[in-house]
Ligand binder design. Structure first.
Ligand code: URA
Length: 266
């Protein structure tokens, strides 16, 4: 195969979610099976001594979250925070194309937080620009909210997980100090948590999104400050599950009423 064909095949594997090489040499899974092991020695053979084996220390590619927390805490504005995220080593950073930091109006008072960028967001470096983001924009337009004016968007993870897989606990732990700092710098009046990963992470909840959605919670932020946070269903889930749209609509109505001062978050 030519070099550009090999590179295209590699890119496709990364699209499909392969983010690490597991062995130095490829494994031919169609090759004939290895010969059966030699027969066991007769019972009279001396038993081999049991030699304790030392487990190799686990290799961690994820830097200590404490270092990430320190970097996040040092950021005094959004530009510094973005630079701190870009400087934080992570396997996700190596497979992604662009850092996806935020979009919309940071002074709007309303901040929405999703899970992680997808392929379109990774390509363009902006959150919620793909199919589910466009659907989110249309839902919010139905209650009079427009991205460039009325809300601001970010994600728990700033880099796309290969193949859009669900973020691991280690990835969420590494990047949580950055989103908490992001919220502290933006100081929104209200937060909307889109989907289970954002809601469970920021509310430190064990319940799933179907239990958390539809009501205001208090999200404990940096330095003991708490923020009103509405949990709702993720737009990608709504696209897959049209029957859930009525619940999302109820959440949007609650948001609109809250923004209009007709409901006070608990
Ligand atoms: N889904 C998310 O959670 N965030 C994005 O930015 C895009 C899709």
């Amino acid at each position: 195969m030519e070099r550009d064909e090999l590179l295209a095949a590699l890119r496709l594997q990364m699209e499909w979610g392969a983010d690490e090489a597991l062995a130095e040499l490829p494994v031919d899974r169609f090759a004939a099976p290895p010969p059966a092991p030699a027969p066991v020695l007769p019972a009279a053979a001396p038993r081999p001594a049991v030699v304790p084996t030392l487990a190799a220390p686990a290799l961690s590619l994820v830097p200590a979250p404490a270092a990430a927390a320190r970097l996040a805490a040092e950021a005094q504005d959004l530009a510094a925070l973005k630079a701190a995220i870009a400087a934080t080593e992570s396997p996700l950073r190596d497979t992604a194309t662009n850092l996806v930091f935020a979009d919309g109006n940071p002074d709007s008072g309303l901040m929405m937080i999703g899970e992680a960028p997808g392929a379109d967001e990774d390509r363009l470096g902006r959150p919620f620009v793909g199919v589910s983001g466009q659907f989110l924009d249309r839902m919010l337009a139905s209650i009079g909210l427009e991205r460039s004016r009325d809300f601001y968007l970010s994600n728990i993870l700033p880099w796309r997980p290969p193949g859009n897989r669900t973020p691991t606990d280690a990835e969420i732990t590494l990047f949580t100090p950055f989103i908490l700092r992001h919220i502290a710098l933006v100081r929104p009046r209200h937060l909307v948590l889109l989907g289970g990963v954002a809601a469970k992470t920021l509310l430190r909840a064990k319940d799933g999104i179907t239990r958390l959605r539809g009501r205001w919670h208090r999200m404990e932020g940096e330095g003991g400050v708490s923020w009103p946070a509405l949990a709702t269903l993720h737009p990608a889930y709504l696209l897959r599950t049209p029957a859930a749209k009525k619940d999302a609509w109820a959440d949007l109505v609650l948001l609109r009423r809250t923004l209009d001062g007709r409901v006070t978050p608990s």
